[in-house]
Ligand binder design. Sequence first.
Ligand SMILES: C[S@@+](CC[C@H](N)C(=O)[O-])C[C@H]1O[C@@H](n2cnc3c(N)ncnc32)[C@H](O)[C@@H]1O
Length: 241
Amino acid sequence: MSLANDEPGRRPRLDPAEFIKANMRLAAVPALPEIRLYTAHPGSGLRRLVDPHQSADDDAVEPGDDAPEPQPPYWAYAWAGGAVLARYILDHPQSVAGRRVLDLGAGSGLVGIAAAKAGARSVMAAEIDRNGVAAIGLNAEANGVEITIVDQDITTGPPPAVDLVLAGDVFYGLEVALRVIPFLDRCLAAGIDVLVGDPRRADLPLSRLRLLAEYQVPDFGDAKGAVARSSGVFRFEPDER
Ligand SMILES: C[S@@+](CC[C@H](N)C(=O)[O-])C[C@H]1O[C@@H](n2cnc3c(N)ncnc32)[C@H](O)[C@@H]1O
């Protein structure tokens, strides 16, 4: 396995794509048998990839002062919000067919993969986690679809040249919600439609959403066989206040 960012005094970082291929398994997503994703299993040792201070045998090295905060491996799971949005798209291909689509906060890329399979004209996936970027590329390839990946914080800039933004489970914390909402408002102002998938997490801006559909899907932390929770697909609407 090759290593990246080999700085003196630091454990080199693992190459994310090679790590994912070697340590995760391609498996169908519970509510989405049409889509297979590289999925973590008990032996994956994801921490080695996520925390650059962990070695392959897990003996910790003291991080330096400028050590980056390890990013949780959000990309390694299908979140309920993404799963419900992907299910909706596959069941309603007319929602994306022929349209240019952005999968915002793509994680594993499952929403963008669903959009590509359902006939989107083009799919762009925005993800700020470099491990997620690698996972999206591998997952897109495994599902035989093409996705253009944007590995920067797209929410700080102007709306991209798309017709539809798909936001699967991007309201998972207040800080990210406060960043995403103004971006989605700029998208609406530019004539771009926005669909949101979410299991009604605490920071979901419910007053801005109109429910389109509801599905029972498992969430990323649920144990195998756990009761699936109700999650909604919503249209994000302008603030009328
Ligand atoms: C909760 S996960 C959901 C992933 C996927 N959409 C799903 O439903 O399975 C949210 C993802 O958004 C990404 N993210 C957070 N802020 C972002 C930003 N400003 N631009 C792009 N991605 C972002 C995180 O790195 C994370 O992978």
